[in-house]
Design a protein around this ligand. Structure first.
Ligand code: SF4
Ligand code: SF4
Length: 86
């Protein structure tokens, strides 16, 4: 499943540059993750890089975007093939 950023975010900006899929961006008030672009870092890294760097641990899994590892792998392959998310 994709990850999401909660309102505990302190807008420190360290997660945005570490995302291999450019899924993280500055939202209106806090940073946001585009679930169409987040693969939980599957295909790139063993662990979600944003979770590793977030100083306030405010990036949990998003229960509204449940995906299997196979689905995440397929999303990764679509992204590197340049297929635009829906
Ligand atoms: Fe990006 Fe990986 Fe975090 Fe998803 S888990 S937002 S792909 S750094
Ligand atoms: Fe917010 Fe955490 Fe990202 Fe910093 S690393 S901008 S606190 S989500």
């Amino acid at each position: 499943m994709a990850l999401k950023i909660t309102d505990a975010c302190i807008n420190c900006d360290v997660c945005e540059p570490v995302c291999p899929n450019e899924a993280i961006s500055q939202g209106v008030e806090i940073y946001e993750i585009d679930p169409d672009l987040c693969t939980e870092c599957v295909g790139h890294f063993d662990k979600p890089q944003c979770q590793l760097v977030c100083p306030v641990a405010c990036i949990p899994l998003d229960p509204d975007h449940v995906e299997t590892r196979e689905q995440l792998q397929a999303k990764f392959e679509r992204l590197i093939a340049g297929v635009t998310p829906k």
